[in-house]
Design a protein around this ligand. Structure first.
Ligand SMILES: Cc1cc2nc3c(=O)[nH]c(=O)nc-3n(C[C@H](O)[C@H](O)[C@H](O)COP(=O)(O)OP(=O)(O)OC[C@H]3O[C@@H](n4cnc5c(N)ncnc54)[C@H](O)[C@@H]3O)c2cc1C
Length: 88
């Protein structure tokens, strides 16, 4: 493998690392962004509550629509986006 050199090596593509690497690259730096687990870091993938409440609502809707497969009868499943946003 060919050796490469960077002006900055940023460890972690989370809330901090992503924007920092973009800013440096836009300023003309050569940048390597290293991520070991998931791009976006903890906020996007598992943390920040607002998105996760919406993901939870999506999961409930998904399961409710599959209720019959689990032997559970429910009526039509509708999304009330206003309530989802209010809960968020
Ligand atoms: C449950 C929870 C809920 C939260 N809710 C909110 C909220 O509602 N609002 C809010 O503003 N903030 C919230 N936060 C906080 C927010 O997620 C953090 O403040 C933010 O993610 C910090 O950004 P960061 O880049 O410093 O770290 P992170 O986003 O954690 O990113 C660090 C990255 O570095 C990577 N990494 C670590 N070590 C290495 C290594 N050796 N090599 C390569 N990669 C590595 C990790 O995999 C990770 O992707 C919440 C956090 C949690 C855990």
């Amino acid at each position: 493998m060919k050796e490469q050199h960077y002006r900055a090596v940023i460890i972690g593509a989370g809330q901090a690392g992503g924007p920092l690497s973009t800013t440096l690259a836009r300023a003309g730096w050569t940048v390597a962004l290293v991520e070991s687990r998931h791009v976006g870091g903890s906020c996007i993938n598992e943390g920040c509550t607002p998105t996760k409440t919406m993901v939870a609502s999506a999961r409930v809707a998904y399961l409710a629509r599959r209720a019959a497969e689990y032997g559970v009868r429910v009526g039509d499943v509708e999304i009330d986006f206003k309530t989802i946003r209010k809960r968020k």
